[in-house]
Design a protein around this ligand. Structure first.
Ligand SMILES: O=C(CO)[C@@H](O)[C@H](O)COP(=O)(O)O
Length: 223
């Protein structure tokens, strides 16, 4: 069974002290760091580019970076984030003209590849590519902003995909992003997720270690 991974989203960090914030959350027990890239085109917000990822890695952050591209088009930035040191890269299928090719671009660089499904994106977009993916990222809010509420029907989509993954004997991870908190993480895990992105629930807490440990205690109730 794949270990659960907790991925604090730096969107909710104190951006004036980004290096220190990421260092602190990694020391507090984060498994990977979720790095949201928004282009003010695919989503109505603008965040971090590859130079910032490179700077964080140079700063000495040891944790792996999970880059979520909310950009259109995707291929050029896949290359740039691969060169900058990403360990995971995911993108939205509607933002690539050639989804299969964009997935291969990630995998050929030895990086874990994921496809992201918005709340209204049907599971059928995975039909011919699921076997190539290392993970599927379910957005449980509409992408673009932190601090939104978890959309409950995401749980049904997670359950359906988890059943399909098991039936096909695949090793694909399921990541969930948006409104994940201590009070719902167990339900999300019980539906079949094993990677959990949390922004405000971790960076908004007084003590990051306590926040992450509370999430782990909830996860321990599931398995
Ligand atoms: O990608 C996004 C939003 O587009 C997320 O990563 C949010 O950053 C999660 O934030 P919280 O809902 O956990 O505050």
């Amino acid at each position: 069974m794949k270990p659960y991974l907790i991925a604090p989203s730096i969107l909710a960090a104190d951006l004036a002290r980004l290096g220190e914030e990421v260092e602190n959350v990694a020391a507090a027990g984060a498994d990977i760091i979720h790095f949201d890239v928004m282009d003010n085109h695919y989503v109505p917000n603008l965040t971090f580019g590859p130079a910032i990822l490179e700077a964080l890695i140079k700063y000495g952050i040891k944790a792996e970076f999970d880059v979520h591209l909310m950009v259109e088009p995707v291929d050029d930035l896949i290359n740039q984030f691969a060169d900058a040191g990403a360990s995971y890269i995911s993108f939205h299928p509607e933002a690539s003209k050639h989804v299969d090719r964009s997935i291969s671009l990630i995998k050929d660089k030895g990086i874990k590849a994921g496809l992201v499904l918005n709340p209204a994106t049907p599971l059928t977009v995975l039909d011919h590519v699921l076997h190539k993916l290392d993970f599927v990222l379910f957005m449980s809010v509409n992408p673009g902003f932190g601090g939104q509420s978890f959309i409950p029907h995401t749980l049904d989509k997670i359950k359906t995909l988890k059943a399909r993954i098991d039936e096909l004997g695949l090793d694909t991870r399921i990541e969930v992003d948006g409104g994940v908190k201590t009070n719902n993480i167990a339900e999300v895990a019980a539906a079949g997720a094993d990677m959990f992105v949390a922004g405000t629930a971790i960076f908004g807490a007084d003590d990051y270690t306590v926040a992450i440990n509370e999430m782990r205690s909830e996860l321990a109730k599931v398995r």
